[in-house]
Design a protein around this ligand. Sequence first.
Ligand code: BTN
Length: 258
Amino acid sequence: MTPLDIERVRCRLPERRIVWLETVGSTMHEAARLAAAGCPSGTTVVAEQQTAGQGRHGRSWHSEPGAGLYLSVVLRPPLAPDALPVVTLALGLATAECLSRVSDLSLDLRWPNDVMIDERKVAGILVQLVDSAVVAGIGINVNHARFPPEIAAEATSLRRAASASQSREDILIVLLPAIDSFVKMLVEGGPQPVLDMFARHSSYVRGRRVSVEQPGGVLEGVTAGLNPSGFLILRAPDGSESLILAGGVRPAPVEPES
Ligand code: BTN
């Protein structure tokens, strides 16, 4: 695999501080360290390889050297901490928009922020609050030819979906400004435009039969929109509604015909 040409990215985005690391445990730790030291908003840490990439819910993130994009961006939007769920939706939108622009593929968003192609995950987002800064971690499967058996059925890459390699530099050059514009949209326009846009771009927000892993067990129902805070509304077969606060949303298993 060709190493990332970070100088090409820096030349195209001269205002942005981009820290490139060949190998790191997790870009989240490096970005959190910079955030705590007071780095400017937009500071971005990109790694060629992560040895302990983190996913959501304590899972790990498969970080094959040279194949994907592994980055964490420090953001300092003037928003209350309770706006975090909508910030994560905005980051999902930015990632999906960027990937559809560079690849011409059709992308879906699985609430809250998995980016999907044909029901398989191509990118994931992890958002953490560090000393009042937001650290937005984004992992994108770009040129992976295959995946480890434990995620092979769920994951895809742009290369697999498009049957062609994709330039990681082009993706970064489009992604970083897209993140800035979606965060600006949220800061200037409030949550509603982001919620409306997410609902338009995600097949999971309304009318989708899903099962959701919750601490007390698995809930099944049909999705019924987002509440004003960005949480997913799930309608159970008896008509009662629950709010889903964290991910774990999957298409419901198809019931056998009787
Ligand atoms: C998810 O589980 O969907 C979130 C995955 C987030 C992965 C990215 S890769 C770059 C950054 N560093 C990490 O350790 N995790 C995030």
